[in-house]
Design a protein. Sequence first.
Length: 86
Amino acid sequence: DDVLIQFEDFGNLNAFRLLDEWKDKSCTFNDDIQGTASVALGGLLASERLTGKHISEHTFMFLGAGEAGTGIAQLIAYAISLDMKV
């Protein structure tokens, strides 16, 4: 019961599908999607002290739609929704 399943390099279609399929069955983690996104978001949130702006006040642009870029975009969107309380 106490098992972590780590997915890596499964490609967009399979990576997101596998995370969704296993999320209620086991603890799952995809380094390309979740690991990279958490590091990127951590840097953005830390920069708030320097810029004096909340994450929701910035504009973001993403190039490409690979696992990492898509994961970063999803996590930033989630952080913005929390910041704006929506």
